[in-house]
Design a protein around this ligand. Sequence first.
Ligand SMILES: [Zn+2]
Ligand SMILES: [Zn+2]
Length: 270
Amino acid sequence: MPAYRGVLHVHSTLSDGVLTPEQVRDLAVSEGLDFVVLCEHAKFLPPGRFDEAVVECARLSNETFLLILGLEFEYQGRHVLLLGPPELLREADAETVGGRPEELRARGGLTIWAHPACTYRWTLRRGLAADYDGWEVWNSGFDGPLPSLPMLDLLRKRRRSGRRMLAFAGADFHERIHALTPITHADIDSLALAALIDGLREGRCRASGGTSGSLVLMPDGDLSTLSTRERLYAWVRYCLIRGRCAGAWTKWVVVSRRGRSRGAGNPPAR
Ligand SMILES: [Zn+2]
Ligand SMILES: [Zn+2]
């Protein structure tokens, strides 16, 4: 079965990215990739605009390159990616994606908890309990060139206790200074949306990247050996992310107390 190479979790001008979908496609093709999964913030794509975006992605796809439209939802301070057929995405809402992912799975959807390391403590426990198909334990935007080792440990513990969520990797690409990495290799028999979703759901995939480019993350959470320096780097990076989260949370509490009369929204979580 051929392995197609692509990147998950990319933003374009369809939401808050800087590159147009066409520029994303051209960049990905120039890097030898076969597919890109856009995960645009859902609030930027109300139904009419969503339909136009689906048409645009189809226009930019051909037999050798697939541009897929996925969505990223905010729910109770955590972010969740949804991949699936356009008709499912068009109707999906944050509450179902974030709180009842099993309903979407039954209809062909795939949910991935995005950058779980950057989740506020108050909602982290709920995220751990939710039935997502996978966790983005490696988000190069937040975690950098190495996966989040604490989230990977949590995922492995949960898998040992009988849960079956998979380890995924995403770029959280917003502009050219970000990289289209980590690469997701999908063992699928055709370059098509349904085949890719099935391949990801069934764990016929792996991610690669890292400082040397040769680091491999398997869907069951298995990771190639890291050097002591890499492990130290990953832990420091995790502490910085948690610190940033705590800072943003504190700021949100202060601002929301001040503006309670005006009604405060969800705490920030990129
Ligand atoms: Zn994102
Ligand atoms: Zn996000």
